[in-house]
Structures are given as C-alpha cells and as structure tokens.
Design a protein around this ligand. Structure first.
Ligand SMILES: [Zn+2]
Ligand SMILES: [Zn+2]
Length: 249
C-alpha cells in the first residue's frame, strides 16, 4: 500500500500548499482520503484523476471536501463523456448540505456525479482489495478516522481529532499512522485537534511503526514539531509536505 500526500495544510493553505487530501493506492486500486482545497490540482500531478475508484470524506469541514465541487465539473465534462456515480463515502448530512450551495440543476448533476455511500462507525467497506473502516473520533460530529488495510498493510489516517480513547482505538495497530498535528503546543486543548507531541504520544501508545504528521497549520514551527513528536514517540517521524509518498508493507 502506498499513500501520497496531496495536501498537508490545516484549514487554509499557504503558497504552494493544499488542504487535506491523500491518494491511497493498493494494487491497481486508488482512493482519496479527503478532498480539500487544492488537492485535486495536486492529484493531477501524480495520476489521472479519472482513474480514482472512490472518494472518502471524513467530516464536514471545508478543508476536507471543497474540491469535490471541482471534481464534479471534472467528471461531468470529462473529454470522454460524463463520468457518473463515482462512489463517495461520506455522511449523508454533508452530501445533502453540499447540494444546498448549488443551483437545482447543479444539485442534480452532483447526485449524478457522486453515488453516496454513508459511512458508519466500525462498518468496513471494500474497494477492490482495499478494506476501509471508518472509526468515529472526537472532533465535529460525525468525524471518522479511516483505517485502510490491504495485503497485511495497515494505514490509519486520524482525520481531525482531539486526543483520547476514540482516536487511539482507531489508530491501534497502525503500521503507518497519518496523524493530524494542527496545534502548536501552547494551544493544546484549545480546540479538538492534536499537537505534534500528542500525535507522538498516540503513536507510541498504539504501537505505530512510523508517524507522519499531516494537517499542519501553515505558520507552525516545523522543527519544533518534529522534535516534540519524536521525543514523545521514540520512533521515526516525518512532517508531510505535498507529494510526499510513503510505502506501507
Ligand atoms: Zn481540517
Ligand atoms: Zn475539521
């Protein structure tokens, strides 16, 4: 299994960055974990976006889904003709709300472009050989961490979350833990997100082999983050940048 970071920025992207988006590949199957602002343009740089098999959206914050609107146009007006029914795994509430911003015709086209598959806590879905299990975490309700398994490889993407039992349960057994690390240490607990140190503590608690920090506030001190996460984890840590690729076997 392989994950390519399309967007590593939290909430807004600074120059050259993008918000939450991850291309997860296993064998010939490709899925997106989140589709935040800027991630579709970056997807173009690494693969044909029409070759994506399914899209997963973890929660209803714009930095995780707004590029679905761009993807809708890309699918509808593909040179080879309209592409319909792209499987879209997300909450039904967000699927409905996204259409509320569109014209009546746009909403019809949205439903034609994307076939909704509502996420449910602990209920695995299979896309080709890839098994994805959504797990509720503590952020806005509902927010799902995503556990991806394929050929014995196990990747966990925390999505946005506060530290705690639910996030740790989702992360347990991850070979590679893709953990959000939004907050500088001095803001720990100020909002339902992790600091780099908390991400490191979680990685150690759940026995992850490798920690990759994503969803990083653009003005954060990355060196400081790296040293705090490394100290807490005691294993290999990376702070993701756009187009970083990680292999998980
Ligand atoms: Zn976010
Ligand atoms: Zn969020």
């Amino acid at each position: 299994m392989r994950v390519t970071v399309l967007g590593a920025a939290a909430s807004h992207a600074a120059g050259g960055q993008a918000c939450a988006g991850h291309l997860v590949e296993c064998c010939d199957t490709k899925v997106l974990f989140d589709c935040g602002n800027g991630s579709l343009a970056n997807l173009y740089k690494v693969t044909d976006p029409l070759s994506v098999d399914a899209v997963f959206v973890t929660h209803n914050h714009p930095d995780h889904y707004v590029d679905l609107y761009s993807m809708q146009a890309m699918l509808r007006y593909a040179p080879s003709g309209p592409v319909t029914s792209m499987p879209l795994y997300m909450s039904e509430d967000l699927y409905d709300r996204m259409q509320g911003l569109l014209s009546d015709r746009g909403a019809v086209e949205f439903r034609e472009a994307f076939a909704l598959h509502p996420l449910a806590h602990g209920v695995s879905v299979e896309v080709g050989p890839l098994r994805v299990t959504p797990m509720l975490v503590d952020h806005t309700e509902p927010t799902y961490a995503l556990v991806a398994e394929c050929d014995g490889a196990r990747l966990v993407y925390t999505s946005d979350t506060a530290p705690g039992r639910r996030a740790s349960e989702a992360a347990r057994g991850a070979r590679l833990l893709l953990a959000e690390a939004t907050l500088p240490e001095r803001y720990a607990g100020a909002s339902p997100h992790l600091t780099a140190r908390q991400a490191g503590e979680m990685a150690r608690e759940v026995g992850a082999e490798r920690l990759v920090l994503v969803h990083v506030w653009p003005t954060n001190d990355r060196e400081q983050m790296l040293s705090e996460a490394s100290e807490a984890f005691g294993g290999p840590v990376s702070i993701a940048r756009e187009f970083d690729t990680f292999e998980i076997d």
